[in-house]
Design a protein around this ligand. Structure first.
Ligand code: PEP
Ligand code: MN
Length: 250
């Protein structure tokens, strides 16, 4: 039985419903977030994603707006009444970020950053723990244990693909982790079809498969103009594609 997580009186993750979270890879500017906010709110999406601290492979790539990004996110949150999920990479940012975000995202690259896990374990915020790109399912469950043992049991696991020899896709989405985790844990399970495939044309089939396998939801990257996105544009859906996905899966 999945342990459900109440985000507020109207939003519950893991209660048998299929939750669709969407937003850009990174917060870029107010205009981008206003466009996205209006679009998602009209559609009925209730949880907005968006990175302000970006764990980029190259230190020369866009690193996110930092605290400035939280201010934009906060305006959009208030205007459209969203709940917010955003990645925290540094324990020093946890305290300030609590004012802005409702779900803390731990990224793939930090799945085994044990000091970070312990610190988020001391908060009362739900935590989405993404699978390390080279982590086994057992290692991933043990990483969740680092959070749980500190007292925070509001954990969502997110399958986002692993590294294999296959390079047609950015990562290999290990969909079998869904039934395996359902059998072995009681955490809600999400799938990230964007990082899991790295190709926007595969986001819908991956999402459909996640739903068929009874995942509790998906977290999807979108952008008003994916080809101009400052990060992960190639795997981001434009509004039309996302609307289509949303209508088919809700
Ligand atoms: C992201 O969600 O934008 C992200 C960086 O994901 P991951 O940690 O899975 O690579
Ligand atoms: Mn991304």
């Amino acid at each position: 039985m999945t342990r459900s997580i109440e985000i507020d009186s109207e939003i519950c993750i893991g209660d048998g419903s299929f939750t669709i979270i969407a937003g850009p890879c990174a917060i870029e500017d107010y205009r981008q977030m206003e466009d996205i906010g209006r679009f998602l709110s009209d559609l009925g999406v209730k949880i907005l994603r968006g990175g302000v601290f970006k764990p980029r492979t190259s230190p020369n790539s866009f690193q996110g707006l930092g605290l400035e990004g939280f201010k934009i996110l906060n305006d959009i949150k208030a205007k459209y009444n969203f709940k917010i999920i955003s990645e925290i990479m540094d324990p020093r940012d946890i305290e300030e970020s609590q004012n802005y975000i409702d779900i803390i995202q731990i990224g793939s690259r930090n799945m085994q950053n044990f000091s970070l896990l312990k610190e988020v374990g001391k908060t009362h915020k739900p935590v989405m723990l993404k699978r390390g790109m080279s982590a086994t399912i057992k290692e991933w469950i043990m990483a969740a244990e680092y959070i749980r043992i500190e007292g925070n049991e509001k954990i969502i696991l997110c399958e986002r693909g692993i590294r294999t020899f296959e390079d047609y896709t950015r990562n290999t989405l290990d969909l079998m982790s869904i039934p395996i985790l359902k059998e072995n844990t009681d955490y809600p399970i999400f799938v990230d079809p964007s990082h899991g495939t790295g190709r926007r044309e595969l986001v819908f089939p991956a999402s459909k498969a996640a739903k068929a396998l009874e995942a509790d939801g998906i977290i999807v990257e979108i952008h008003p103009n994916p080809d101009k996105a400052l990060s992960d544009g190639f795997q981001s859906l434009d509004f039309e594609r996302f609307k289509d996905l949303y209508k088919k899966l809700t």
